[in-house]
Design a protein around this ligand. Structure first.
Ligand code: THU
Length: 137
C-alpha cells in the first residue's frame, strides 16, 4: 500500500484548489483505489448552495469515472481560510454513504491536520450499521 504520508500530502495539496467563496471552509481529499491509483478532489461551492460538492465525493467520483471500482483509502484535510487545518475534518454523512458504496468496512479514512497530526479510522467505525447494496438484495 502507498505510504499514508503520500496520500495525506495529496489531500493537503488538493485543499489549495478548494472553491469556497461562501463558507471559506476549504477541504482536500485524496483517494487510493483498489487498483492502486490516486485521485484528488476539493470542495466546490455554488451560489445555489445545494449544488455544492464535498472534497471527498469529488475525489471518489473522479476515481469511479476513470474506471475505478473500489476505494481502499481516503485522506481528508479541511479547515477555515488559508491557515493549516485547525481541527480534524471528519467526512459528512453523505460522503460516508458514498464511501460505503465503493468501499468495504475496512476502507481506511485518515483525517489530517498535518503529516504528523492525523487520526485513522475504518469506514465501519465512522458508519456503523450502514445501508449498502447488500441491504436490498
Ligand atoms: N465539506 C466537504 O468538502 N466535506 C465534508 O465532508 C463536509 C463539508 C465542504 C462543503 C462546503 O463547501 C464546506 O465544506 C462547508 O460545509
Amino acid at each position: 500500500m502507498i505510504q499514508k504520508e503520500a496520500l495525506m500530502e495529496l489531500a493537503l495539496q488538493a485543499r489549495q484548489n478548494a472553491y469556497t467563496p461562501y463558507s471559506n471552509y476549504r477541504v482536500g481529499a485524496a483517494v487510493l483505489t483498489g487498483d492502486g491509483r490516486l485521485f484528488t478532489g476539493c470542495n466546490i461551492e455554488n451560489a445555489s448552495y445545494g449544488a455544492t460538492i464535498c472534497a471527498e465525493r469529488t475525489a471518489i467520483f473522479k476515481a469511479v469515472s476513470e474506471g475505478a471500482e473500489r476505494i481502499a483509502a481516503i485522506a481528508i484535510a479541511g479547515g477555515l481560510a488559508d491557515s493549516e487545518p485547525s481541527d480534524y475534518a471528519f467526512p459528512c454523512g453523505i460522503c460516508r454513504q458514498v464511501m460505503k458504496e465503493f468501499g468495504s468496512d475496512e476502507l481506511t479514512i485518515y483525517v489530517v491536520r498535518s503529516l504528523t497530526d492525523y487520526q485513522e479510522f475504518t469506514l465501519a467505525e465512522l458508519l456503523p450499521h450502514g445501508f449498502g447494496g447488500d441491504s436490498i438484495k
